[in-house]
Design a protein around this ligand. Sequence first.
Ligand SMILES: *Cc1c(COP(=O)(O)O)cnc(C)c1O
Ligand code: SF4
Length: 339
Amino acid sequence: MSIPGVDAQVSSDVLSDWHQSLGNAIRNPIELLRELRLESLADRFSKEAASQFPLMVPRSFLARMTVGNPDDPLLRQILPLNDELQSVAGFVADAVSDSSFRTAPGLLHKYHGRALMIAAGSCAVNCRYCFRRHYPYGDEPRRLDDWEPALEQLRADSSISELLLSGGDPLMLTDARLGQLIERLETVPHLKRLRIHSRLPIVLPDRVTGVLLELLTQSRLTPIVVVHSNHAAEVVADCEATLRRLVRAGITVLNQAVLLRGVNDSVDALADLSESLINAGVMPYYLHQLDRVAGTAHFEVDPAVGRRLIAELRTRLPGYAVPRYVQEIAGEPHKTIIE
Ligand SMILES: *Cc1c(COP(=O)(O)O)cnc(C)c1O
Ligand code: SF4
């Protein structure tokens, strides 16, 4: 499937702090392992995996890892390992096969009432379990006007009341570009809500600028931000403060996580994640079963284990703090609850 992207137009904005943080992200595995005093892990690191999908991790996220811990749950999400090179039956490049729902360039309309825009092709972090590792975002339209066919499509379908900005990561757009896009979306009369799916508040907290908060809270569209955190150790320090800022600005903030072996596949890890989120005012929304994407088999957790974890979570947490455990099944009219 081909994905259009509006590139971050760094040149048109004042170079803000978050662009600097992005520029300073670690891309060199030797540097990463040195910072964490884990030079001994070098033989599990895979150059080939990194050449397929490069290492990239912002320093704020690195700062939340534990020095000297080879099993750090945050490190495991971003370090290219030899495990990724194993080919495992059932794990394929295009695991979610979205292409039949593409109603215009960059627009997916799969579920009733909501459509999804692929607003940017890039991210601030490369998560090893991501479906994006095989996506050809490359040669797609980048200018604002290239969104006209998608906007036309939205205008023509009055059943759509919610627009999701996704990617890649839509907050890779500058505030200026995002503002222009939101302005155009506001001209579609039947759109009521704008939902932004982003991992940047987690991995690059300074992306949540005052201007961004203003864009979201001043819009006619009701804003919902869905962040993506997988472990309680992510929801600390500048990340926790940023989530609180979003919540206190009056924005509904939800979290989706992916159930990942070696990261959050225990009741304690999932309970701590939910506690950290709700303490910051963020509601756990989905816990996703891993999409079976080539190179990610070592992250898979058996759904029978996932079910048991969720059942145990229910005995420990308030009802609202237990995420819905879901899976994406092609052809279903909604995400499928695993129960
Ligand atoms: C997951 C998804 C949505 C959102 O689904 P919700 O259940 O409303 O969170 C919308 N469109 C597409 C294409 C999706 O994959
Ligand atoms: S932030 Fe999301 S889209 Fe980007 S690499 Fe990570 S999981 Fe994939």
